[in-house]
Design a protein around this ligand. Sequence first.
Ligand code: AVJ
Length: 328
Amino acid sequence: DHMAYRFTDLLPEDFSDSALRRDVLDGLVDRPKTLPPKWFYDKTGSELFEEITRLPEYYPTRSERAILQANAAGIVSGSGARHLIELGSGSSEKTRVLLDQRPGPGSVYTALDVSESALRQAAEALAVTYPDLVVQAVRADFEQHLATVLGDPLTGRGEGGRLVAFLGGTIGNLEPQERSVLLAGVRAGLDPGDAFLLGADLVKSPQVLLPAYDDAAGVTAAFNLNLLQVLNRRLGADFDASEFAHRAVWNSGQARIEMRLRASRRTSVRFADLDLAVEFGEGEEMRTEISSKFTAERLEEELGQAGFGPDGWWTDPEGRYSLSLWRP
Ligand code: AVJ
């Protein structure tokens, strides 16, 4: 049955257009210039990201998968969950490791993402593999719709047994302020008996971190520079990508990798659709992504601030990446 899942759309039709316009108008008039990383993921960008996850230098995806595979039974049975709710589910590929441990027929999986095509593809495939699983796909922005998604009637409050998962290290892409808002929002949506599973990359030597974001084959550079094509196509901009270079910088004070695009010469860029011109000075950098790295102490402090207590901690053998379980 090709309709074996429920689809709910919480986003306006023009959501991504209006959000992109706002982000460009806000971020490219600021100093330093910044853009949020969510705009990387057009078709080419999503393919380049998949390629990044297979690079020898890029460990987070492999580490997270290894932790999930080694500990899925303990995570799922320890959480007591019958309903898995995934924020930013993408292809839901690694989610299968958790779903394989579901307690029985009637278990529920709710996927939340901004991409309808990714949601439908993932939901359809999961409904085929797991005919006894109730699958829901919700097109929503986890920075806006947590209360709706974690409330009735979508995911049923108050019965306990819900596990909210936020995997892939995406928490690291949020600014500290956005992070605390998100964590507080998850906490507010959970009841006693529910749990929160978080995938977070850990602080380590810049000798490991920097190559992960500036690989020898140049895939991350292509991924970063592709953002300029996204802006050219979607907003009628006229970036000349050959005038910009990929940079990855370890900001030790804030414990984060910053990806930037550096203008090699003075240049002016027009955004036809926005009636906007943006000047870049020679050597000026636009920050396109932060990828924060955490310590166990830091996570415990931030999750504690949001009203969570620790209930489980797993890393890969090299201690590069963490999965952690939290209780409201
Ligand atoms: C999967 C979004 C967390 O920050 O490591 C990979 C994205 N950027 N290489 C990360 C990314 C550059 C990635 N996230």
